[in-house]
Design a protein around this ligand. Structure first.
Ligand code: 5RP
Length: 219
């Protein structure tokens, strides 16, 4: 089965968590795009969505789903998003699409985070996928030097400006043995907006689509 078909199956499996009248947190990326397509069929039954990116907001609106401002709603029951890497402890690397900051905010506002991936994303140790970090533009070099001291090789994702007006550094060659500790350490570097490690608030449910079907892993 090709990877996009697996993504579609993982996304459709997440519909099991959607209930009538729900306001849903929606992530960003090609896997989530399948989820938005599945939600479109339900548009009269969900009350709307809080989106993690301008790209997903556009797709949601095109699908006829109301997009609400997080500031004007209370907490969310459900957040559905993809990941670039996931462990069986449900810790994640996210930000391949550059939307990590709003993704982390919406995840933090949600009671349940359902992460949808194809089986190529599941790893024993995070870090094969370069770790995305959103940084304010003036701090790019300063933060990059600090990341080298932590043993990584930061690469500026040139040409990309995030929805928040910032830049992304992708950190290569990190073997992340203690994800919550590294998340805290990088979060504290001046100039860092968000690190794409989701370990302090991991997913609650991981849906992994493979050739044999969709496996559910609960935290
Ligand atoms: C965007 C993300 C995405 O969830 C991640 O990049 C996975 O993307 P895809 O579903 O296209 O493989 O974190 O910032």
């Amino acid at each position: 089965m090709n990877p996009d078909e697996k993504k579609r199956r993982a996304a459709e499996a997440a519909m099991e968590f959607v209930t009538d009248g729900m306001l849903i947190g929606v992530g960003t990326g090609s896997t989530v795009n399948h989820f938005i397509a599945a939600l479109a069929a339900w548009r009269g039954r969900v009350s709307g969505a809080v989106s993690s990116s301008e790209a997903s907001s556009l797709l949601l609106k095109q699908a006829g789903i109301d997009v609400a401002d997080l500031n004007s709603v209370g907490g969310l029951e459900l957040y559905v998003d993809g990941a670039d890497e996931a462990t069986r402890h449900l810790q994640l690397i996210k930000g391949g699409g550059g939307a990590l900051t709003r993704e982390k905010v919406v995840a933090a506002a949600s009671q349940r985070f359902v992460c949808i991936v194809d089986d190529s994303k599941v790893v024993d140790v995070l870090g094969r996928f370069p770790l995305p970090i959103e940084v304010i533009p003036m701090a790019r070099s300063l933060v990059a030097r600090q990341l080298v001291k932590l043993g990584g090789q930061p690469v500026w994702r040139e040409g990309l400006v995030t929805d928040n007006g910032n830049i992304i550094l992708d950190v290569h060659n990190l073997e992340i043995l203690d994800p919550p500790a590294l998340e805290s350490e990088i979060n504290q570097l001046p100039g860092v907006v968000t690190v794409g490690l989701f370990a302090r608030r991991p997913a609650d449910v991981l849906l992994v689509a493979g050739d044999e079907g969709v496996q559910r892993i609960d935290r």
